[in-house]
Design a protein around this ligand. Structure first.
Ligand code: UGA
Length: 429
């Protein structure tokens, strides 16, 4: 199989680039990865994976012969026609996407000789048209351009690569568009073959819609608390309607991560810059910001003033199975609690190192029981598997107080109560 597979280049070995590279290598392609970070390249050459993603190190090891890493563009240019671009597009101070890394790649492309840029990075709608203009103005009109947005989720990225809900390929109707379609063909996923601008918009609209779904169910949860309904029951009843669907209706203390926060804001500004005021997204963002703080009022209701109270945070990462702290709700929550004078002790099985760099002032525990020991209240922030298996009678013995706040509605409330503790979820009866 490998002899027939198109070799590819992957520029940027961050999260998306590395998963794409390893995924295509596993399908049989020779993959030539490029990164400006020489330390990262050296680690990858030594077979070390610089990020935490379940299964990635095994798959990298299994395909090591097909994976090549370099700080130079030359091997990718020599060996591959398709150059996947997976560089960072972080938000600027204005909330727009910072495209400087994308433009650095575009500028680094040598005179045309039959290559194509395949954009994996999330970019504003219109970026492809802009790059096409830059190529044309610089005597590089022979370059092809394809938008192939990425939909993988951190923590389940490899299975998302292998079993995508759909593959979106936006192109200019040339060889490169077909070559990308052929690369994905063995996955057997539904294909959306479209123009570049629509492909770019699909990515932004999908993330904005998912974030909207979460903010919507969080508002329903908040109303449930006022009216005595249970949001888990409400979400179950809503989700069985095939038009709504059960996914992304899990109420909690807000969405985090780099993508939703960045992309919702980028789409809002993109719309604004084009003359359209995207009102709904303002509410989505504001609801999410307030949701991260809701736990504080729950604590005050039970404990009174928080100064001097000992609060245990279970989990810090923006979701389980990742060490990613970008946009994590824990950042806002921990800062709010400390501002109220509480003593915060936190434990995360994987994200501690990342968390320490962002919150050096926090007290870190080396295990869940260490964090819980002597706490007035325990808050589940990230639903790591190990927290769902806690022995609540032991937790009750170790705590000084009795309050457990389930920020992800992931715990068995009856088991917590059976241990003599007070259970508070988000929007639970
Ligand atoms: C998200 C999208 O789901 C991916 O499809 C997309 O490719 C990616 O962004 C991206 O643009 O790169 P990701 O940020 O990895 O993926 O994480 P999600 O699993 O979507 O979760 C995001 C946040 O929403 C987490 O904090 C999670 O706890 C929260 N969430 C999710 C809820 O609060 N409720 C839910 O029902 C679902």
């Amino acid at each position: 199989m490998s002899a027939e597979r198109e070799p590819i280049g992957v520029i940027g070995t961050g999260y998306v680039g590395l998963v794409t590279a390893v995924g295509f290598a596993d399908l049989g392609s020779e993959v030539f990865c490029v990164d400006v970070d020489s330390e990262k390249v050296a680690r990858l050459q030594a077979g070390q994976v610089p990020i935490y993603e379940p299964g990635l190190d095994e798959l990298l090891a299994r395909n090591s012969e097909r994976l090549h890493f370099s700080t130079e563009l030359a091997p990718a240019l020599q060996n591959a026609r398709l150059l996947f671009v997976a560089v960072g597009t972080p938000p600027t101070h204005s909330g727009d996407a910072d495209l400087s890394a994308v433009h650095a790649v575009v500028e680094s492309m040598p005179a045309p000789d039959g290559h194509a840029l395949v954009m994996k990075s999330t970019v504003p709608c219109g970026t492809g048209a802009n790059i096409r203009r830059i190529f044309n103005e610089n005597g590089k009109s022979a370059y092809s351009y394809v938008s192939c947005p990425e939909f993988l989720k951190e923590g389940s990225a490899l299975s998302d690569f292998t079993h995508p809900d759909r593959v979106v390929v936006g192109g200019e109707g040339d060889w490169a568009e077909q070559a990308v379609v052929d690369l994905y063909e063995p996955l057997g996923a539904p294909l959306v073959r479209t123009d570049v601008a629509s492909a770019e918009m699909i990515k932004l609209a999908a993330n904005a819609f998912l974030a909207t779904k979460i903010s919507f169910i969080n508002e329903i949860a908040n109303v449930c608390e006022q009216l005595g309904a249970d949001v888990v029951e409400v979400a179950r009843g809503m989700g069985l309607d095939a038009r709504i669907g059960p996914k992304f209706l899990q109420a909690g203390i807000g969405y985090g991560g780099s993508c939703f926060t960045k992309d919702v804001s980028a789409l809002k500004l993109l719309a604004g810059n084009s003359g359209y005021h995207f009102q709904l997204l303002n509410a989505v963002i504001e609801v999410n910001e307030l949701q991260k703080r809701r736990v504080v009022s729950k604590l005050v209701r039970h404990l009174g003033e928080l100064a001097g109270k000992r609060i245990a945070l279970l989990g810090l990462a923006f979701k389980p199975n990742t060490d990613d702290m970008r946009g994590a709700s824990s950042l806002v929550l921990a800062a709010r609690l400390q501002a109220e004078g509480a003593h915060v002790k936190a434990y995360d099985p994987i994200a501690e190192e990342q968390a320490r760099s962002l919150m050096p002032q926090l007290d870190y525990a080396d295990c869940a029981s260490n964090a819980i020991d002597g706490a007035d209240a325990v808050i589940l922030v990230t639903e790591w598997e190990e927290f769902l298996k806690l022995e609540w009678s032991e937790v009750a013995r170790a705590m000084r107080g009795t309050l457990v706040i389930d920020g992800r509605n992931a715990l068995d409330g009856n088991a917590v109560r059976a241990a003599g503790l007070i259970y508070e979820g988000i929007g639970r009866r």
